[in-house]
Design a protein around this ligand. Structure first.
Ligand code: AHR
Length: 501
C-alpha cells in the first residue's frame, strides 16, 4: 500500500508542550513499593530507591509525574505520608484492596522526582475529603514559612517549599468505582469552591478539573458541560482519561484506538468551547490527558482479593506483558496528543513502573523496558518545537469498533531554531508494508538523521524477563530524502520515528 503525506509548516497547530510527556505514579500494586522503591534491592540507594529503575525513568524522558493517584487518592490522608516514618500509620488502600504502609510519602517521592528531573503534579482527595484538606496540603507544600503546616514541613526536613504548580481537583469523580463519586452538578460546585480557595493561598496554580473517566462513560459530554458551567472561570484544564485494550482478538479495531483519542479530544474541546461561548469568557480551556495507556483493565477486578482479612502489601496488579501491537497503539496515541497540541498541553501516561507500565522491575533481578517504552522515549526525545498539520492521502479499511480508519497515520513536529523536524508514523495493516512519501522541502530539512522502527513478524511478540530485548527499535534502512521528498517503508503493524535535519 502507498500513502502520501502533506505537511503544512505555514500553519502550525501549536507548540508541543514538554508536559505532554508526563507519567503517573499511583500507590497501586508494585508501582511504588517493589517498583521505584525497594530497599532490599542490590541497586537501592540510601533512601531505598532503585537506581536501575531511576536510570530507565530518566531514559524514558518523562517531564511531569502525577501523584499519588488515581483511585487511591480518594481514600488518602496526605498527612499520613509525612513526618517520621516510624510514626506513619498503616492504612487500608481501599481502591486496590491492599495495605498502605506510608513508607514512601510526599517528601520521599518529591526528592526522587528531583533525581529524575521531572515536575511533581499532585492530586487532592475530593472523594472522602474536601476543600479544607486540600488547603492544608497546599499550605504544607507551597507556603514558604511561618504557619503551622509550613513549619511542620520545615521540621520534616524540607526548608524550601515544594512549590507544586499543577493540581488535580480529585480523580475520576464521575466513576461509580470512585470513593465518594459525585454528580456533575455536585462535583462542578465542589471543584469551583476548592479551586477558588486554593487560589487564595497561591494565585498562580494550574488547576485541573476532572473530566470523564472515559469517552464511553454514559455521562460523557454532559459531565464536561455541567462541570465547566460551574468551574470554567476557576480551572485551567479539564482532564481526559482513556485506556485501550485488544478485545476478542479484534486487532484491527485495537490498532485504530487513536481515532478514539482524536474523537475524545475533539468532543471535549467542542464542549469546553460551547461553555466558553455561553459564558462569554475570553479564556480558552486546555486539556490535561492525565491518564492514558493500553491497559487490560477488564482482567483486573476479578483478580483482586476482597476479604476482610487479606490486605496484601504491594500485590502484583496489572503488570502488562506489552506486545508490539500495544506499543504501536501507545505510539499512535502520542501522535494524537501531538496533533492536538494547541489544546492538549499536559498528559500523563498511566503508569510508570510495574503497574500498567513501560518499565518492569523484577523483585531481585534487573529492571527492563517493555515494548511501550520505546515509542514513548523516542517521541519524548524527538518531538520538539511546534506540531504540524499532516494530511494523509492513503487507503483505509473498516473496523468493527471505529468504522472506516486510515491504514497509515502520522504526526509531525518542526523546530525552526534547531533546524530539525520529526515524523511519527504507524502502519495499521496486518499484512502489507506501507510505502510513505512526504515532501519535506518546505521544512528546510534534507537529510535523515535517524529512522527507527518497532515491528516484529508476530504483532503479539513481547519482551519478557528471560528475553527483555526481543522487541525494540531497529534502524529503518528504508528511509531516504531525495530531491526534498522523504520516502520511508513501514512494515505491517509498526511504529516509526524519523528525525530530519
Ligand atoms: O491507572 C489505574 C486507574 O485507572 C486509576 O487509579 C484510575 O484513576 C483509573 O480508573
Amino acid at each position: 500500500l502507498t500513502a502520501r503525506l502533506t505537511l503544512d509548516p505555514a500553519r502550525p497547530v501549536g507548540p508541543v508542550s514538554r508536559r505532554l510527556f508526563g507519567a503517573f505514579v499511583e500507590h497501586m500494586g508494585r508501582g511504588v513499593y517493589g517498583g521505584i522503591h525497594s530497599p532490599e534491592h542490590p541497586t537501592a540507594d540510601e533512601n531505598g530507591f532503585r537506581r536501575d529503575v531511576l536510570d530507565l525513568v530518566r531514559e524514558l524522558g518523562v517531564s511531569t509525574v502525577r501523584y499519588p493517584g488515581g483511585n487511591f487518592v480518594s481514600g488518602f490522608r496526605w498527612e499520613d505520608s509525612v513526618g517520621p516514618r516510624s510514626q506513619r500509620p498503616v492504612r487500608l488502600n481501599l481502591a486496590w484492596h491492599s495495605t498502605e504502609t506510608n513508607e514512601v510519602g510526599l517528601h520521599e517521592f518529591a526528592s526522587w522526582l528531583e533525581e529524575v528531573g521531572a515536575e511533581l503534579m499532585l492530586a487532592v482527595n475530593l472523594g472522602t475529603r474536601g476543600t479544607l484538606e486540600a488547603l492544608d496540603l497546599l499550605e504544607y507544600t507551597n507556603v514558604p514559612a511561618g504557619t503551622e503546616l509550613a513549619e511542620q514541613r520545615i521540621r520534616n526536613g524540607r526548608t524550601e517549599p515544594f512549590d507544586v504548580r499543577m493540581w488535580c481537583l480529585g480523580n475520576e469523580m464521575d466513576g461509580p468505582w470512585q470513593l465518594g463519586q459525585l454528580s456533575a452538578e455536585d462535583y462542578g460546585k465542589l471543584a469551583s469552591r476548592t479551586a477558588k480557595a486554593m487560589r487564595q493561598v497561591d494565585p498562580d496554580l494550574e488547576l485541573v478539573a476532572c473530566g470523564s473517566s472515559g469517552a464511553g462513560m454514559p455521562t460523557f459530554g454532559e459531565w464536561e458541560r455541567v462541570v465547566l458551567t460551574h468551574a470554567y472561570d476557576d480551572v485551567d484544564f479539564i482532564s481526559c482519561h482513556a485506556y485501550y485494550e485488544e478485545k476478542d482478538g479484534d486487532l484491527d479495531s485495537f490498532l485504530a484506538s487513536a481515532t478514539d483519542t482524536d474523537h475524545f479530544i475533539e468532543t471535549v474541546v467542542a464542549t469546553a468551547d460551547h461553555v466558553q461561548s455561553v459564558r462569554r469568557s475570553p479564556k480558552r480551556m486546555s486539556i490535561s490527558f492525565d491518564e492514558w495507556n493500553v491497559w487490560y483493565a477488564s482482567r483486573v477486578q476479578s483478580g483482586l482479593p476482597k476479604r476482610i482479612d487479606d490486605w496484601p502489601v504491594a500485590p502484583a496488579i496489572s503488570e502488562e506483558a506489552y506486545t508490539v501491537a500495544d506499543a504501536v497503539v501507545v505510539g499512535n496515541v502520542l501522535m494524537s496528543l501531538i496533533r492536538h497540541a494547541d489544546r492538549v498541553t499536559s498528559a500523563s501516561m498511566a503508569q510508570l513502573v510495574n503497574v500498567i507500565a513501560p518499565i518492569a522491575a523484577e523483585p531481585q533481578g534487573p529492571a527492563w523496558r517493555k515494548t511501550t517504552f520505546f515509542p514513548f522515549a523516542t517521541t519524548s526525545r524527538l518531538a520538539r518545537g511546534v506540531a504540524l498539520q499532516v494530511a494523509v492521502d492513503g487507503p483505509s479499511h473498516v473496523t468493527a469498533e471505529h468504522g472506516e480508519v486510515p491504514l497509515v497515520d502520522a504526526a509531525a513536529t518542526a523546530d525552526a531554531d534547531a533546524g530539525t523536524a520529526a515524523l511519527f508514523l504507524v502502519n495499521r495493516s496486518q499484512t502489507e508494508e506501507a510505502e510513505v512519501s512526504v515532501d519535506v522541502s518546505a521544512l528546510g530539512v534534507g537529510t535523515v538523521e535517524e529512522a527507527l522502527t518497532l515491528s516484529d513478524p508476530d504483532p503479539h511478540a513481547a519482551n519478557t524477563s528471560e528475553d527483555p530485548a526481543r522487541v525494540g527499535l531497529r534502524p529503518n534502512p528504508r528511509a531516504t530524502v531525495v530531491d526534498g521528498t522523504l520516502r520511508v517503508t513501514l512494515p505491517p503493524v509498526s511504529w516509526t520515528a524519523v528525525s530530519l535535519r
